[in-house]
Design a protein around this ligand. Structure first.
Ligand code: T3D
Length: 264
């Protein structure tokens, strides 16, 4: 598919998705939303892709919804129902990230605001530049945190910090986000992309089916009882045990050599 506001490439087992509207800090218009969804589907369907990297072009990661797009020509007219934007743009992007059975690495290269912040937090591994920041900007314009913000934030940082972030909309630095357990790693700005890319390439050499099943289990663990989760682990282990990579991992260990995983 040809993309207008997303750069998309697949190389060395990694699908790279770059949000590409730098003049407006990669804020989402409808087309970019559809393109991110399509890129995630493309990455999901390509067996040679075994990890995904999401980042932004220019100085920002993403400033959330393009606010120019939501204002009618005559602002005194009806502004319509913005739940439709959430339904058509953000919900499918967040579900696409959580449902793809491959690890998704996010390289937050600058400010991540509104839906941009929460899309980053939906990813499996969040790398951030020392210059990056996270802003739950919604409260400043009278909205509620969407794109999974009310789901991921309390789980990542606890209710007290999630409440402060979402109600005050203050800027949280990358270091603060790391200290709070919101993200995985902070990198110098110049090496962020290389570090995140190398990390994604490393993930792409790992047992992809096992990682995909692990992701599904972690998703489910957010709602399940211990008993339900143990049952799912039992079933998933059965599936993992049928993979080439399981046999290869065990044999490599016993033969004292590096495993050669195929993602199968
Ligand atoms: O329909 C719905 O609204 C429902 C969906 C909601 C999901 C959401 O994401 S709601 C939250 C929307 N986002 C925001 O409220 C954030 C708005 N942006 C900012 O607060 C600031 O831009 C930042 C804190 C992110 C960065 O500040 P700064 O000083 O580094 O940059 P800037 O000068 O504000 O922005 C640079 C340019 O990008 C500027 O354009 P210009 O003056 O150079 O022509 C600015 O207007 C543009 N820009 C930044 N964010 C957006 C944007 N244009 C459109 N939409 C944006 N969200």
């Amino acid at each position: 598919m040809a993309y207008q506001f997303v750069k998309f490439q697949m190389a060395e087992g990694v699908a790279e998705i770059v949000l590409n509207r730098p003049d407006v800090l990669n804020s989402f218009n409808r087309t970019m939303g559809k393109e991110v969804q399509a890129a995630l589907r493309e990455a999901a369907g390509e067996p040679n892709v075994r990890a995904v990297l999401l980042t932004g072009a220019g100085r920002a990661f993403c400033a959330g919804q393009d606010l120019q797009e939501v204002v009618p020509e005559d602002p005194n007219q009806d502004w319509g129902d913005i739940s439709e934007i959430v339904r058509e743009t953000y919900n499918p992007v967040v579900l696409g990230i959580r449902e793809i059975e491959k690890p998704v690495v996010c390289a937050v290269n600058g400010v991540a605001a509104g839906a941009g912040a929460n899309i980053a937090l939906a990813c499996d591994f969040v790398f951030a530049s020392e210059k990056a920041s996270f802003i739950q900007a919604f409260a400043k314009i009278g909205l509620i945190p969407d794109s999974g913000g009310t789901f991921f934030l309390p789980r990542l940082v606890g209710l007290a910090r999630a409440t402060a972030m979402t109600m005050l909309g203050e800027k949280i630095s990358a270091q603060q986000a790391l200290d709070w357990g919101m993200i995985y790693r902070v990198c110098p700005p110049d090496s962020l992309l290389e570090e995140a890319r190398n990390f994604a390439r490393r993930l792409a050499t790992m047992p992809t089916r096992g990682l995909g099943l692990t992701k599904c289990l972690l998703n489910k663990s957010l709602f399940n009882s211990l008993e339900e989760q143990l049952k799912l682990e039992e079933r998933a282990q059965g599936l993992a045990g049928k993979t080439h990579d399981y046999r290869e991992g065990v044999l490599a260990f016993l033969e004292k050599r590096e495993p050669r995983f195929k993602g199968e």
